[in-house]
Design a protein around this ligand. Sequence first.
Ligand code: ADP
Length: 236
Amino acid sequence: MSLITCENAAFAYENKPVIENLNFTVDSGDYLCIVGENGSGKSTLIKGLLQLMSPAVGKIIMGDELRANEIGYLPQQTALQKDFPASVCEVVLSGCLNQSGLRPFYGREQKQSARKNMEQLGILDLKNECYRDLSGGQQQRVLLARALCATTKMLLLDEPVTGLDPVVTYELYQLIEKINRELKITVVMVSHDIESAVKYASHILHLQNEQLFYGTTAEYLNSDLGKKFMRGDCDD
Ligand code: ADP
């Protein structure tokens, strides 16, 4: 079942093309990694997936199963990290904002969802801690739990391991894999880390000027672009 279908899409700023001829689908259960160098258009595509920007040509179609407010989004950097004076539980609960409707404050259902997601991500014992006092890895777990409160279908993660040390990075990748495999939540992740992308993802979308690639991870590893990048031969 397709959650997202991208058909011949092109994105441009003031008529300057950034991405052209983009075709891919995200099916329920997929783990798609979007890779590519700085400036290749990854953030632009995320804006497209969040329906903040329309393709100049072609279209991005959300399947009947998915509305934009059902995507759990984890941005690359967040102001929450520095100054927001909230507990872990409050930060996670704020992911339920789109379900609280017109009622003031959060109901029992949302609080249960926040608790369940903190439990699943191993941060329930931190629930009363102040978010800004946590380590970078703990903060990312909290933001993942928050994103899970917004969706039971799809997570959109923008460079979730940036700035984390290798051990914490590994743990976070394991957790994302668990969310995909066990909770059956579709994952779309932007990453610089092609080696980890091919280790964990089911599909790869590589944005690279004229050589755009989309396919399964096995197909990517057999493609010219995949072979070139897996050799580390990526300067030309
Ligand atoms: P990435 O996320 O892969 O680093 P971006 O999507 O941020 O790539 O940028 C792709 C290209 O679009 C870059 O050349 C960038 O300079 C340009 N760009 C991004 N945002 C804007 C904007 N708001 N106005 C004009 N050009 C932009």
